[in-house]
Design a protein around this ligand. Structure first.
Ligand code: ATP
Length: 239
């Protein structure tokens, strides 16, 4: 990895009560990178993001962000450090307008991090600009995904944990979401992307981790993963 490490996950074990999901999972994300965590349904991808964010606490192992141990911090505290989790179900406020959704996110505020203003976010996301006064509930799935990402930016994120951003979206919208992920990365935002769709990862990510049954079973650049038919076939069901 050429970039400076921003996030380091070292040998974490995590899960839900008696159910252990992650086993000795390690990964790192360099500043400015797009890194993917790709694997089948139930492999432990969402659990990994929840543990990094502080929604779950690892039972052992360590999560370090900008050289600070954040393993035991709660999500409200990691958010103040510049982490944002955009969950699969997107979590926007359906009864509030697009602009109100963004204004509310602005109050979260990570003090050390340059955040986008609501106006800048609306400029960046043209679809949202056009619907600024519409209710969140009136947005399409792709627009809701954009709004969830825009909220993270307005909230001052510099590392975005994206959980299956293309799930359930029509193919032409998938491309729009991918363009947005590239654009925010161009603006200096680091991205850890969780996906079942390996094609999205191969197109976007600098490096990829393949997860299977709570363990990382492969790490490689998109070029390397694209060429590794055995891994693609065995863990991701594509050849
Ligand atoms: P998906 O694409 O289905 O979201 P995933 O790779 O993100 O898959 P996780 O959501 O991390 O997988 O789930 C990993 C395992 O943890 C699964 O076996 C799942 O049933 C279990 N699990 C997830 N959430 C809970 C929970 N709240 N309580 C107990 N077990 C859970």
């Amino acid at each position: 990895m050429s970039a400076l490490p921003l996030l380091e996950v070292e040998g974490i074990y995590s899960g839900y009560g008696e159910t252990q999901v992650l086993r000795d999972l390690s990964l790192s994300v360099g500043e400015g990178e797009i890194v993917s965590l790709v694997g089948r349904n139930g492999a432990g991808k969402t659990t990994t993001l929840r543990t990094i964010m502080g929604i779950l606490t690892p039972t052992s192992g360590r999560v370090t962000y900008r050289d600070e141990d954040i393993s035991t911090l709660e999500a409200t505290e990691t958010a103040k450090k510049g982490l944002a989790f955009v969950p699969e179900e997107r979590q926007i406020f359906p009864e509030l307008t697009v602009r109100e959704n963004l204004e509310l996110a602005a109050h979260g505020g990570a003090p050390d991090v340059d955040s986008l203003s609501v106006g800048e976010a609306l400029e960046m996301f043209e679809n949202l600009q056009a619907r600024a006064t519409n209710a969140g509930s009136s947005l399409s799935g792709g627009e809701q995904q954009m709004l969830a990402i825009a909220r993270a930016l307005v909230g001052g994120a510099d590392l975005i944990l994206l959980d299956e951003p293309t799930e359930g979206l029509a193919p032409y919208i998938v491309q729009d979401v991918m363009d947005i992920i590239n654009e925010l990365n161009d603006r200096g935002i680091t991205v850890l992307l969780v996906e079942q769709n390996v094609h999205v990862c191969l197109e976007l990510a600098d490096r990829n981790y393949v997860i299977n049954q709570g363990e990382v079973v492969y790490e490689g650049t998109s070029e390397e993963l694209r060429a590794d038919e055995e891994i693609l076939d065995k863990y991701l069901g594509v050849t």
